[in-house]
Design a protein around this ligand. Sequence first.
Ligand code: GLN
Length: 312
Amino acid sequence: MLISMNAISDAMTDALRFAGTVSGGVNASYIPYLASVPSDLLGLAVVTVDGQVASMGDADYRFAIESISKVFTLCNVIDQIGADGVQQKVGADPTGLPFNSVIALELHGGKPLSPLVNAGAIATASLVEGETPDRRWNAILNTQSRFAGRAIPLSDEVNQSEQTTNFHNRAIAWLLYSAGACYSDPMEAVDIYTRQCSTLVSAVDLATMGACLANGGVNPVTQERVLAEKHVQPVLAEMMMEGLYTSSGDFAYQVGLPGKSGVGGGLLAVAPGRLAVAAFSPPLDEAGNSVRGVAAVSHFARALGLSVFAHR
Ligand code: GLN
C-alpha cells in the first residue's frame, strides 16, 4: 500500500525534529577526511516506488558513501555469479563482530561470512568482472550511478585520505588471500574497495539508490532496471542481518527494515514495495552508525508502521 506524500512529509518533519534533540556520537576519525566534516549537518530524504522525492534539512549535502557502497558492489556481483555464488564465495551470515574485525575472519577459517563487512566487501570487490582493474572499478562506479540515476563522482580528496591510511584493510585482504577467499590480486581488491567507499552522495542519492531495491530492482526515477528482481530479496536479507554491524539486531527489532550505514554518517533503510529513506549526520555510535541518522530513520519508520514484520 502506497503512503501519501503528505503523510511522508509530516513523518519526516517529526523525525527530523526528534533527531535534532538527540546528541552524542563523534565523527569517524580513523579516516582523516571524515573528522573534518561539520558534525551538525542533518538531512533526511525519501524516494517512493512511484518515483516521488521528498527531502529536508541537509539532504543535498554530498558526503562519503563509505560502507553503504558495499550494498551496490554486492548487487553488481550477485548479478554476475548469482546468490548461491556469493554465499559460497563470500558468505551470507552476520558476523556479530565489528565491521573491520580480523577475529571474525580467523574464527571462520578466513571466510568473511558477509559481503557487508570490510573483509566480505573486499572479497566481493575482488569478484567484479572486467579485463583490467580500471574496467572493474568503472563497473562498480557505473552501478552506483545507475542506482542513483546520476553520475556519482569519486572524491579524490576522500580517496587520498583513505588510501594513505587503510593499512588495516590491507592486512584483511592478505588474510583473505592466504585463506583462498580473495579472488584477485589482494592489493588491487583493496584499492578498488577503498575507491568505492570514497564516492560522494547526498541523502537524496542514497534514498534513490534504496528505492531501486524497494521497487524490485527498477530505478523508480529513471525506470532503468538496475538489478535482477530475483536478487533483490537476498540483498535486502543481508542488509537486515548485517547492515548496521553489531547493532543490526537492535535495528531489526526496533525498526524492522533492512538498512545500511556508513562511517561517513549516511544511513539507508528500505521498505519493500513502498519507499526508501536515507539520513545523513556525521557523529557515530560505537558500532559505527550515525546516531542522529538512526534516530531519524527509526522515528520515521515507526510513525508510518513500515516494519516488514507488520502483517499489513
Ligand atoms: N572505508 C571504510 C573502511 O573501510 C568504510 C567503513 C564503514 O563505513 N563502516 O573502514
